[in-house]
Every structure is written in structure tokens, then in C-alpha cells.
Design a protein around this ligand. Structure first.
Ligand code: ATP
Length: 386
């Protein structure tokens, strides 16, 4: 087990592609850190630099106290699991599991004991004589994990290990992997482009964009206090609504915000004094305002303090409904959105309502209300959280 530290690490390919820029990142001993971000943001390159499969252009990578820049992949004592498990088709499950130990010339008895112990932990004991083609996707994935585990590495590196599985199995496997990591206590560096996977699995989540680390924090903090509009638009399913606007002073101690010709009253009296002061300082300044779909409330059309809207579409999500709203005159912020399915639905304001609070229909006119304590403010130029 070991910590991992990136200090000012940059990776440049050729003269113009900077895949990772000035990366500072520390992974604690025993931590499960998930690196997430849209395609091409530098996740795999970061992992490959840690694995020793890619040279580092500048900066320093340490595993534990040891600088590993100059060490080969073999000398780093890490184990990797990729999207394609690359099991040996002609070897049985047991032989696949034992293969890394055989290469390391471990005595046979010890090898067998180690394989049996790992197979037991992964519930593969009954399958040791089967060939990979006789296994389900999830079982193959477990063999790949087991093959990494038998070596008892200092660090596990996982690059989208679940992306070949169907949606249901992914959900089961992600909790299995997280539980396994917890039981083993081995540091894990896990790469995915799926923010739900990142948020559910990671002790902390590092979000990258265009080679630059945007924020690294526990999932709850990323959700509650995104560092910028990119993080706000990436984390959360569906992502945060972002509009261009400004905080307005409505007199007699009331605050609101406007976006284009739409305006909202904020129930500012419920805000802690420090938050209220923060909003007061922002009055009049052009900013980006964010609010999550789960924090939007719908009331009857014309209710005081809300913005007029019509309901474009209602999507059933099970216990929740996703309501697509056209708010008259509102200016949506053109924030970059993740390249996943949710982006397609994020061109208008979204509200997520619990089943028991939905008494609206497509085409209805409603009044949209947002609670002041759920408002996020970002700088209009830099996108940084204010
Ligand atoms: P994905 O989720 O699609 O795998 P990623 O976040 O893992 O993406 P990387 O594979 O790290 O992204 O790539 C980061 C950037 O570096 C991309 O612009 C990519 O085109 C570029 N890149 C990666 N490998 C090379 C290479 N060997 N030569 C040149 N450019 C590369």
C-alpha cells in the first residue's frame, strides 16, 4: 500500500498536444480516487504516466516516498485493469489468476494458496477450471480484478474497467469494486468518464478538462460547492441549470435574481448572514447563476416571486419526474456540457420532482421558484465560484 503524488506534472505529445498540464494531485494511502472527465481530457494519460507506460514531460510522480519517473512499469509495483480484460483464452480461470505469479517464479504451493485466497474473495472458487469464454461479463471482470490482486500491488490502476458491461451489471460491479477496495485497503486510482460511477465509488473525485485538473474533492463537496461552471455542469444527473443573470436588490431586505427578462424572488431571510452578505455584494454584477433540478419548485401560474414558465416535456424516471421548462425570457448559460447522454436534455431548464409532488402536465403554465440557499454564483468571465 502506498500514497501517490503528482507534482507539477505535464505531458506533451509532439509540439502541440498538451494532454496533461501542471497536475498537482495527492492520493492517500488506502484511498479510492476516481479521475473523471469528458473524452480527451487527459485521464488515461495521467494513469499511464503513473503506470510507467508513458514518459513524463516535466514534473515528478511519487509512489510512497519514491520518485518513480525513471522506473519501468515493472519496477513500480502496481497492477492495472483495463476496459478490455485481456484474459488468456486458452488458460483456465485458475491459470489466468496465477499467471502474474508464475511469471514472477513464485513457488507452486504458495502460488496455489494465493490464487485460492483471491478466488475466494471474488467468489470465483467454483469457476477455477472454466475457460474465459465460459464466463459471464461480470465474472470475466472479476477474474481480471483477481489477476491484479494476486500480486498484492502497492496501487491498483483501473481504466474504465466496467465500460464493457451492460448497464445493470455496471451498477452491481461498481459497488463490488468499491467494497473490495475497502476490504483490501489498497490505494486505487480509477479512471472513468461516467460521473455517476465517479460520485458513487470515489472517496474523492478528481475532475479534469482539457488536461487541467478542475477540482478534487469528496463527492458531496463537488455536488455542494462546485469550483466552477464546468464542474457544476458535469457533476449531477441531470446537471445543474446555469443561467446568465444578476442578483437584484428588491428593497426592504429582499433579494432576487434576474436572467434576461425573467426574475425570481429569493427567500433570503432563510440564508445564514454570511451567505446573505455574499449575495448582497454581488448585486448588479453580471454573473452565472446555478441551481440544481432537484431544487426547483413549481407552483401555480402567477404565484408571487416566481418566473413564468411552460412545461415542454415530462420524463418519468421512476420515483422522480424530470420536467423540461421553457422559462420566458431566461438566458441559458452556454456552459460546456459533458459528452454524455444527459447533455442532450440540458438545453432548457430542468426540474426534478418527486412522484408525490407532480401534479402538472405537458403544456401547463407554471411559476418556477428556487430556494435562495440552493443558488450557486459563478464569475461571468472565468466561470469560477464566487
Ligand atoms: P478517453 O475518455 O476518450 O479515453 P482521456 O481523458 O483518457 O480520453 P487521453 O487518452 O489521456 O484522454 O488523451 C488526452 C489528449 O492527449 C487527447 O487530446 C489525445 O488525443 C492526446 N493523446 C493521447 N495519446 C496520444 C499520443 N500517443 N500521441 C498524441 N496525442 C495523444
Amino acid at each position: 500500500m502506498s500514497s501517490v503524488t503528482f507534482t507539477d506534472v505535464t505531458k506533451q505529445f509532439g509540439s502541440d498536444v498538451v494532454a496533461v498540464r501542471d497536475l498537482d494531485l495527492e492520493v492517500d494511502d488506502g484511498e479510492l480516487l476516481v479521475v473523471v472527465g469528458p473524452s480527451g481530457c487527459g485521464k488515461t494519460t495521467t494513469l499511464r504516466m503513473l503506470a510507467g507506460l508513458e514518459d513524463i514531460t516535466s514534473g515528478e510522480v511519487r509512489i510512497g516516498d519514491r520518485v518513480v519517473n525513471g522506473l519501468s512499469a515493472k519496477e513500480r509495483d502496481i497492477a492495472m485493469v483495463f476496459q478490455s480484460y485481456a484474459l488468456y483464452p486458452h488458460l483456465s480461470v485458475g491459470e489466468n489468476l496465477g499467471y502474474p505469479l508464475k511469471l514472477a517464479k513464485m513457488p507452486k504451493r504458495e502460488l496455489r494458496e494465493r490464487v485460492l485466497s483471491v478466488a475466494g474473495q471474488l467468489q470465483l472458487g467454483e469457476l477455477l477450471d472454466r475457460k474465459p469464454r465460459q464466463l459471464s461479463g461480470g465474472q470475466r471482470q472479476r477474474v481480471a480484478m483477481g489477476r491484479a490482486m494476486v500480486r498484492e500491488p502497492k496501487v491498483f490502476l483501473m481504466d474504465e474497467p466496467l465500460s464493457n458491461l451492460d448497464a445493470k451489471l455496471r451498477v452491481t460491479m461498481r459497488s463490488e469494486v468499491a467494497e473490495l477496495q475497502h476490504n483490501l485497503g489498497t490505494t486505487m486510482f480509477y479512471v472513468t468518464h461516467d460521473q455517476v460511477e465517479a460520485m458513487t465509488m470515489g472517496h474523492r473525485v478528481a475532475l479534469m478538462r482539457d488536461g487541467v485538473l478542475q477540482q478534487v474533492a469528496p463527492p458531496a463537496e463537488l455536488y455542494r460547492a462546485p469550483a466552477n461552471t464546468f464542474v457544476a455542469g458535469f457533476i449531477g444527473s441531470p446537471p445543474m441549470n446555469l443561467v446568465d443573470g444578476r442578483i437584484i436588490d428588491l428593497g426592504e431586505g429582499h433579494l432576487g435574481f434576474s436572467s434576461g427578462s425573467a426574475s425570481f424572488v429569493l427567500d433570503a431571510e432563510v440564508l445564514p448572514a454570511s451567505e446573505r452578505e455574499r449575495f448582497e455584494q454581488l448585486v448588479g454584477q453580471p454573473i452565472v447563476i446555478g441551481f440544481r433540478p432537484e431544487h426547483v419548485k413549481l407552483e401555480s401560474a402567477g404565484t408571487d416571486g416566481g418566473a413564468d414558465a411552460s412545461i415542454r416535456l415530462i420524463e418519468m424516471l421512476g420515483s422522480e419526474h424530470l420536467v423540461h421548462l421553457d422559462i420566458a425570457g431566461v438566458e441559458l448559460h452556454g456552459a460546456p456540457l459533458p459528452d454524455d447522454e444527459s447533455a442532450a436534455t440540458s438545453t432548457r431548464i430542468l426540474a426534478k420532482l418527486h412522484d408525490d409532488t407532480v401534479d402538472v402536465r405537458q403544456g401547463d403554465n407554471v411559476s418556477v421558484h428556487i430556494a435562495a440557499r440552493h443558488i450557486h454564483a459563478f464569475d461571468a468571465e472565468s466561470g469560477r465560484r464566487l
